[in-house]
Design a protein around this ligand. Structure first.
Ligand code: SF4
Length: 488
């Protein structure tokens, strides 16, 4: 039996997850698009970070060949000071690779490369397991560091690798965490060999676990974990072993929203506050401009005046309506060249958005922040871009504030839940059906990973998807008017 670093981290959270991973391989799900994208980001950052250590030597071994990797590491460590992907393995089955193994006198430094922009707590657990393995494999460890992305770096011209990263010495925190590693490892090694799966209790964070489909198979689609705060849901489940919303006593709902959500669900009903909706509708000024952006994020900034993970807008859809129920005009922008889309997008936006009338968005922080960033980037357009922000009205508000709520929303005010609760419009079957897909496909285009035909198909899918997002807001506006007037 082996125990890797990711096994160790998984078991620190839940030993049953480790047992299932080792003993029920049929339950291990395939990676979803988001996880694959984060692996890709991680690989890009790894490759770049290695350039910061020009004398480093790669321990070239297959990922499955742990023993071969450990033997090669021993040999290369004789004559080199910096190794990439150094591998160590212990007789008890524990093994790991470290991104960078750096000689420090008669000892070694462990350096983990992370594509994140801050040091997360679980990196300390990562490194404490790595320190335990390397030290017991004969590599005394002097220092532990995390190399992570500096998201204050603004690219100008050639990429400056020395500005791309920050480094933090976490040796003391790792030393503290290391005290318990041996004890945990012993428990994990024996637990994964148990014949029967360990008994554990479900909790709110289980919904993020790859085995949620198995452990949570009896949990209703809408449960206490959606209705209550994580702490309250865990307490309720521990006391009652029920996950049903209808079993939650009213006095456990600590907010008006929870009371409304619970009541609507129990009665399979809607909650309507017509006056509250009217108040919001009264803030609108025609013509209405329904606006939605699509953006792309890259860990390594691709364009001048952008930072790691900057949200670069490359597309917008704009539906314009002169009066209530009036004819719709549709404008759109999609940058179809492999270059910085922001100037052309900003000019187009200013041209089509006019000077007067509300700009309707869903979740205003996103669009308004993009406009502010564009205003800083293009001072000659700043007045116009900031004037657009002055006109923004957020359609999320009446749904989030429960002026209108349907039990079908399952405690969410996201447009992906609100829309099907009140309208027939669906994203099912669309070639691009969510913002994550739009981003990853456009990124592949920017990186030159698509054929011309693939790009053409993707552009068509993007135009349909983003156009549908603003059309969805138009439909929801009709819904809000109807409910404000007492019609459904
Ligand atoms: S779903 Fe929860 S109980 Fe099941 S393995 Fe994951 S964390 Fe453990």
């Amino acid at each position: 039996m082996f125990l890797s670093k990711s096994d160790y981290i998984m078991a620190l959270d839940c030993v049953k997850a480790l047992w299932l991973k080792k003993n029920r391989k049929d339950l291990v799900p395939e990676y979803d698009a988001r996880t694959l994208q984060s692996f890709e980001d991680g690989n890009e950052i790894q490759d770049l970070a290695r350039k910061w250590y020009p004398n480093g030597v790669l321990v070239d071994s297959e990922s499955w060949d742990v023993i071969g990797g450990a033997v090669k590491t021993k040999a290369l460590a004789e004559t080199n000071d910096i190794l990439f992907e150094a591998t160590a393995k212990l007789d008890n089955g524990c093994f790991c690779r470290i991104d960078i193994l750096e000689r420090n006198g008669d000892a070694w430094n462990l350096i983990e490369i992370k594509s994140a922009t801050s040091v997360k707590d679980y990196y300390i657990d990562d490194l404490s397991f790595q320190k335990y393995v390397f030290e017991n494999a004969g590599y005394p460890v002097k220092q532990c560091r995390v190399l992570y992305v500096n998201n204050d770096y603004v690219r100008h011209g050639e990429l400056d690798i020395s500005q791309m990263f920050r480094e933090e010495d976490v040796s003391e925190r790792v030393a503290e965490a290391c005290k318990d590693v041996e004890m945990y490892v012993k428990g994990m090694l024996s637990a994964q060999q148990e014949k029967n799966e360990p008994e554990t209790t479900l909790h709110a964070n289980c919904q993020d676990c790859p085995f949620w489909g198995y452990c949570g198979k009896d949990v209703p689609e809408y449960s206490v974990f959606d209705l209550l705060s994580a702490q309250a849901a865990d307490l309720f489940y521990n006391q009652t072993h029920s996950t049903k919303v209808e079993d939650v006593p009213i006095d456990l709902c600590s907010t008006d929203r929870q009371l409304i959500d619970r009541d609507c669900y129990v009665n399979q009903a809607e909650h309507v506050e017509p006056e509250h909706i009217k108040e919001w509708l009264d803030t609108l000024e025609y013509p209405l401009y329904y606006l939605d952006y699509e953006t792309v994020q890259c860990p390594i900034p691709m364009f001048d005046s952008s930072k790691p993970y900057s949200q670069i807008p490359f597309q917008f859809s704009l539906h314009v309506q002169e009066q209530r129920g009036g004819e719709l005009k549709h404008y759109e922008f999609l940058h179809q060249e492999r270059s910085d889309p922001r100037r052309a997008l900003a000019e187009c936006l200013v041209k089509y958005c006019g000077k007067q009338g509300s700009v309707v968005v869903y979740n205003q922080a996103f669009e308004m922040t993009r406009n502010k960033e564009l205003a800083v980037l293009f001072p000659d357009l700043a007045d116009d871009l900031l004037a657009i922000n002055e006109r923004v009205v957020d359609q999320l508000i009446p749904f989030r504030q429960r002026a209108l709520y349907s039990y079908k929303q399952k405690s969410s005010a996201s447009i992906k839940y609100v829309l099907p609760s009140f309208c027939d419009l669906s994203y099912k079957g669309m070639a691009i059906a969510n913002g994550g897909e739009a981003m990853s496909q456009y990124k592949a285009f920017l990186e030159g990973k698509q054929t011309k035909t693939e790009s053409q198909q993707m552009f068509e899918a993007l135009l349909k998807y983003c156009g549908q997002d603003t059309y969805a807001m138009v439909l929801l506006m009709g819904v809000l008017y109807r409910y404000a007037e007492g019609n459904k």
